[in-house]
Design a protein around this ligand. Structure first.
Ligand SMILES: Cc1ncc(COP(=O)(O)O)c(C=O)c1O
Length: 364
């Protein structure tokens, strides 16, 4: 279940944080962090986002069908074919190498339109981008001299924005700001951007002209704690139901490998959901599930299509009872952050990992 209204409200919260001076770009790559790209993008735009960002050209191509006029930035590295796809979709693209600048220019000429490029500084993330500030400004000058190219932005990405007491983000910011100014002089009117969700919430100095928020628009906490601390609401719920309830005698086991055996007589609920749906096997004997507003331990090894929960020696749970693996039921809730901690991973991976087999039912 995806609560599109929550995405909209989260974007309002973020837009309020950045104020009138900065645009909100909603990052909807990887199928909107598993929430559905088009649904999330539409909700984000209703909530005050004015741009969209994705990683791959194919993602921009798909979004363009739904949003004919919204600026879309493809943030990732692209092959020649992918670059063509992105430009045909009228998406902005990332640029940091001269050979790629020439390719952008050549493809723009072929397509009879200008390519909008965002010059990327690698200020410390150590992935995409030009490390040397003077080479980036040189590249900006080459773009400015080419009327098939438009300098649409200058940007960078933080490595440690989610680590609140870390000094590296400040160092990246200090390195990026003068380069951004230099590029802005060469390409007046270009958009300066750096902040992901954590940086947006952590430091107004990182806002510049636009923030690129992903995780927070979905109501997931960029600091891996509790999204409500920042006024954010989780938009995703992973639901199933109790398909069967069975009596287990002491010593009886559930699932592959018999990793759990009933200590005493008990009732076991069987839920038709498993790692084929994105309920990771690492949660075997290591998670709770909500039924009737109460937490029950997930017991036994997670299969591709089924899990089992221990309902205890006496139960009123009956087949058909709704179950929640991530989300709220009554006054109880299981956050994606809790599931992530059990798996020693991050909420991003939990949300992205929910497979395409799970129908995304949308609540507006
Ligand atoms: C370049 C870039 N900018 C922005 C984001 C959004 O980050 P977050 O989801 O932490 O807000 C991402 C996501 O990983 C990214 O790769």
């Amino acid at each position: 279940m995806i609560d599109a209204g929550a995405v909209e409200r989260n974007c309002r919260v973020l837009k309020e944080r950045v104020g009138e001076g900065a645009e909100l770009c909603a990052v909807v790559k990887a199928n909107g962090y598993g929430h559905g790209a088009a649904v999330s993008a539409a909700a984000a735009l209703r909530g005050g986002a004015s741009r969209l960002a994705v990683a791959a050209a194919s993602e921009a191509e798909e979004l363009r069908l739904h949003f004919p006029e919204t600026p879309i930035l493809v943030m990732g590295a692209l092959t020649e074919d992918e670059l063509r796809t992105a430009l045909v979709a009228r998406a902005d693209v990332a640029l940091w190498r001269d050979g790629y600048r020439q390719l952008c220019s050549q493809l723009a000429a072929e397509l009879g339109r200008r390519a909008r490029v965002h010059l990327k500084l690698d200020s410390g993330m150590g992935r995409l981008g030009e490390r040397d500030p003077s080479r980036l400004t040189e590249l900006a000058r080459a773009c400015a001299a080419d009327d098939r190219l438009e300098i649409a932005g200058v940007w960078t990405h933080f490595a440690t924005a989610d680590e609140e007491d870390d000094a590296f983000m400040g160092a990246q910011l200090a390195d990026f700001a003068p380069v951004a100014e230099a590029v802005r002089e060469i390409g007046p009117g270009c958009t300066v951007h750096a902040a992901n969700s954590a940086a947006t919430l952590r430091d107004p100095a990182a806002h510049f002209d636009m923030v690129r928020c992903g995780i927070a628009i979905y109501g997931l906490d960029p600091f891996h704690r509790d999204p409500t601390e920042h006024g954010l609401e989780a938009a995703l719920e992973l639901r199933s139901y109790v398909a069967d309830v069975k009596r287990f005698e002491a010593g009886a086991s559930a699932g592959y490998g018999r990793t759990w055996r009933a200590e005493g007589d008990t009732w076991v609920g069987v839920l038709p959901v498993g790692y084929g749906d994105g309920v990771r096997r690492g949660l075997s004997n290591n998670a709770d599930v909500l039924v009737g507003g109460r937490r029950y331990p997930l017991v036994g090894t997670i299969s591709m299509d089924n899990i089992t929960i221990d309902l205890g020696p006496e139960t009123d749970v009956e087949p058909g009872a709704p179950a929640v693996l991530i989300g709220r039921q009554g006054s109880e809730r299981i956050l994606a952050e809790e599931v992530a901690a059990s798996l020693a991973t991050i909420n991003y991976e939990v949300a992205c990992g929910i497979s395409s087999r799970v129908p995304r039912e949308v609540r507006e």
